[in-house]
Design a binder for this molecule. Structure first.
Ligand code: PLP
Length: 365
């Protein structure tokens, strides 16, 4: 990324951009879809997805529970959309396909224009079952688009844009792609693309000039060229390892983290075994142990950055992120330091218990 930039209007620039768009399509596993790269963080991807494909004022169903589902809903409301949520869904529960089908079946006048799913809820460590949600939508015959926020999923968890029938997927550069924040990546199905003539007002995030210019390898405004160099390298790294191998590595490392948590006798936020995230684990601290203090202590004493409990989990939970450029050694280091921070905070555990449990889980796999 740190090299002299090139002229983004030069005749050579498409040599960078066109293969990058092609490789990005592969990342999303789409042969028939269209991808777009916006210089923005993941939140800009939410805005681009909504405003390009949904007429102003339309209704969306947002059936997830967690901080990022809430923030996506807030963004949608501020953009003028009507948002229906399952307010009683517990944080830690995945979006329920049967209730999605029920909600769509009762929407007889077809007001709901899209179902918004956070594929991997980074606040709770819960992964949604996108294929089951697609089947639930199909079972109703409802025409709503299916949108997936894959910010903490894409390039770390299996994702099949075409095969799973997702209409718009969004990710950001700073997680599975191992880059700094600053690039939002979108994948759109043909149905989503057909909808962009009837979307809401937008300017910076307008897909029309973006896709028109992308066809010949250019952008409608100055792209973040270092991010494009970074993306080229991160996609090459993912290709080198192989996406199935990348997904398997995340599954293996996550199993080790969960084994450690079990050995510490702590509980995780995710309520369903099959929904446990392979990119982040949200762990409750025992009663009487303030998670915010634990996180601060881990940072100041051990230089270890743990994720904080978000929303209602603030002070009650901490998060271990385990995605991207990561191997067993790095995870063991983190687990060892978490143990020390927990011990310093008065949690009773045997030093090394979590580390040994992770090792045993990997030795057995
Ligand atoms: N969606 C999810 C699932 C996230 O984890 C995040 C950020 O962590 C976002 C959206 C927002 O992305 P950004 O912070 O890049 O705007």
């Amino acid at each position: 990324m740190h090299r002299a930039s090139e002229d983004h209007r030069s005749v050579e620039f498409p040599d960078l951009v066109l293969p990058l768009l092609d490789q990005t399509r592969r990342l999303f596993a789409t042969a028939t879809g269209t991808v777009a790269l916006f210089p923005s963080s993941g939140s800009g991807g939410w805005e681009a997805a909504l405003t390009n494909t949904l007429p102003a004022g339309s209704h969306v169903l947002l059936p997830g529970a967690g901080q990022f589902a809430s923030l996506w809903g807030d963004a949608a409301r501020r953009l003028g959309y009507e948002v229906t949520t399952f307010a009683d869904l517990a944080w830690g529960a995945p979006p329920p396909p049967d209730r999605i089908a029920e909600a769509l079946n009762s929407d007889r006048d077809r007001h709901i224009a899209a179902v918004l799913i956070v594929h991997n809820e980074t606040s709770t460590g819960v992964t949604a079952d996108l294929p089951a949600i697609r089947r639930a939508i199909d079972s109703t015959g409802h025409p709503a688009l299916l949108m997936s926020d894959g910010v903490s999923a894409i390039a770390s968890l299996e994702y099949q844009h075409d095969a799973w029938g997702v209409d718009v997927a969004i990710t950001g550069s700073q997680k599975g792609l191992m880059l700094p924040a600053g690039l939002a990546l979108l994948a759109l199905s043909q149905r989503a693309l057909d909808a962009i003539d009837h979307g809401a007002p937008r300017a910076y995030f307008d897909l029309k000039p973006m896709l028109a210019q992308n066809q010949t390898g250019y952008f409608p405004y100055t792209p973040s060229i270092p991010m494009l160099y970074g993306l080229r390298e991160s996609l090459a790294m993912l290709r080198e390892e192989g996406l199935p191998e990348v997904f398997a590595r995340h599954a293996r490392l996550a199993a080790g983290v969960r084994a450690a948590v079990a050995a510490w006798k702590l509980s995780i936020c995710c309520r369903e075994r099959s929904a446990e995230s392979n990119t982040v684990t949200t762990i409750y601290t025992p009663d009487g142990v303030d998670a915010s203090k634990l996180i601060k202590h881990a940072f100041t004493r051990y230089n270890l950055s743990l994720g904080g409990g978000l929303g209602p989990l603030a002070g009650k939970a901490f998060r271990i992120g385990h995605l991207g450029d990561l191997n067993e050694g790095m995870v063991l280091g983190a687990l060892g330091l978490v143990e020390m921070a927990l011990l310093d905070s008065g949690v009773k555990l045997d030093p090394g218990a979590g580390v040994a449990a992770a090792q045993r889980s990997w030795l057995a796999s």
